[in-house]
Design a protein around this ligand. Structure first.
Ligand SMILES: C[S@@+](CC[C@H](N)C(=O)[O-])C[C@H]1O[C@@H](n2cnc3c(N)ncnc32)[C@H](O)[C@@H]1O
Length: 444
């Protein structure tokens, strides 16, 4: 592929993002904003770029199933990427006429490659247009069919079926291909939900209360991160499920709290809000550049109790020697399989060997937390995954070696209140898949 940028061209911009995701382990969500400015795209093109990029990633395996019979010769990998994103528009985007999608694809193929590649792309897309899509019913094995139909690797579908059964796996895989809801958390230390709604509406957005979490709003009609309400610290962009671990933690004003894996600070700032910005809150993360994001978020929201620390939380016992915490949150590094709807790349980058390694890190972090927790103190372990090895599996192994730690009910809001641990699936209410386990330390 020639190293050039077709400035102002949304499809070429999508091709460059997808190329980087597939070949340079880049993250699509991080590349989107940079690409919009590098390509000089208008704000109105952001919607189409996001739709094509995410949609093509979400449906990649289905698109390959449709394309494969037409690909007779070995293609350069970027040409397949171009075919996928063009076919995505033809199959899934009603507002893009098929001839426009084909025309754009051929133009990009000629400029990025040469006339011959343009003809190949034209031939393949026109043949599919003429013949129609092949039926997924050609696949006899139900597991393989679900894998191709929902574009989740077969090993992952098999793993989930083993853990949750076919029906639940199907619901989850279908839900993962929907467009995620935009949710924000109101900074209740600075404003009320009513005032935050009014502020967003005054800027032309719509905001609706979540039926589950008082400080959670569903926002549409604009980009909340660009609003004055966001810049002045009235709101934080956060998924609804991601607000649950802090409920389970039950932080109170004046307490001493540790957030062991805190960046970029979504939950640390939520804890500060629940503590009404009084007491002590230590927020640690392995990566110094990520710790900066916590500082920035705290400054924007006006939280002064957060003290950040870059370092490995597996040595937090040494770092915080002499401090006993009322509350410790371990929002652990995990496979992220609960957030596929938001980050579709995840389903293609994980492998079955990841889980055991992650469980090892999770247990090391949990073990460290125990020694820093006061008797009667609460430790919350959360992940944004649905994998049982990292969730119930990690909890079971932790409890085996810590008889002084007891599972307690997770104090979630309203109808979500539940025994601990709690597994939230993406299909439960449209939020991320999340796992929350709350433990209390017994008196010695
Ligand atoms: C799930 S994310 C945390 C999200 C954060 N709690 C929030 O709500 O914004 C996990 C974090 O753990 C950090 N991390 C991974 N290994 C770590 C370690 N050994 N010590 C401290 N932080 C670690 C990663 O850098 C990542 O930022």
């Amino acid at each position: 592929m020639k190293k050039l940028k077709l400035k102002g061209n949304v499809r070429d911009a999508a091709l460059s993002i997808l190329w980087a995701v597939e070949n340079q382990q880049a993250y699509s969500n991080l590349l989107l904003n940079d690409t919009i400015s590098n390509y000089g795209l208008a704000d109105k093109d952001k919607g189409l770029l996001t739709e094509i990029t995410y949609g093509t990633l979400q449906h990649r395996m289905t698109l390959d199933f449709y394309l494969d019979p037409y690909i007779k010769k070995k293609l350069e990998p970027w040409v397949r990427t171009l075919l996928r994103l063009s076919l995505y528009q033809m199959v899934y985007l009603d507002r893009v006429p098929e001839r426009a999608a084909i025309h754009e694809a051929v133009e990009i193929a000629k400029k990025r490659g040469h006339g011959g590649i343009g003809s190949v792309v034209n031939g393949i897309l026109r043949s599919i247009q003429r013949n129609g899509l092949r039926s997924l019913d050609e696949i006899n094995d139900p597991t393989l069919r679900l894998s191709i139909e929902t574009s989740h690797p077969e090993w992952l579908i098999r793993r989930w079926i083993g853990q949750y059964g076919f029906d639940k796996t199907k619901e989850m895989a279908i839900e993962n291909n929907l467009v995620p809801r935009q949710t924000v958390r109101v900074n209740l230390a600075a404003t009320t939900t009513e005032d935050a709604i009014r502020a967003l509406e005054a800027e032309g957005l719509s905001a609706e209360r979540s039926p589950r979490i008082p400080e959670c709003l569903f926002v549409s009609g604009g980009q909340p991160a660009k609003t004055a309400a966001f810049k002045s610290g009235l709101i934080t962009i956060q998924d609804e499920s991601s607000m649950l671990p802090v409920y389970a933690l039950q932080p109170e004003p004046g307490m001493t709290v540790l957030d062991m894996c805190a960046a970029p600070g979504g939950k640390a700032t939520h804890i500060a809000e629940k503590m009404q910005n009084t007491g002590k809150l230590y927020a640690m993360d392995l990566h110094p550049h990520k710790v900066k994001l916590i500082d920035e978020a705290a400054a924007r929201l006006g939280h002064t109790i957060i003290k950040t620390e870059a370092g490995d939380a597996r040595s937090s016992g040494e770092r915080f020697d002499g401090i006993q915490f009322d509350r410790i949150l371990l929002d652990a590094p995990c496979s992220g399989l609960g957030v596929i709807k938001r980050k579709p790349d995840i389903k293609y980058t994980k492998s079955e060997t990841d889980f055991q390694r992650l469980q090892g890190v999770q247990l090391d972090l949990l073990n460290e937390a125990v020694y820093l927790l006061k008797p009667q103190g609460i430790l919350v372990y959360s992940t944004c995954t649905v994998d049982q090895e990292e969730n119930n599996g990690t909890v079971a192994r932790f409890l085996e070696t810590h008889p002084n730690m007891e599972l307690i009910p997770a104090a979630l809001p309203g109808s979500l209140r539940a025994d601990s641990p709690v597994q939230i699936f993406p299909q439960d209410f449209g939020g991320d898949g999340f796992f929350v386990a709350a433990f209390q330390k017994r008196e010695r």
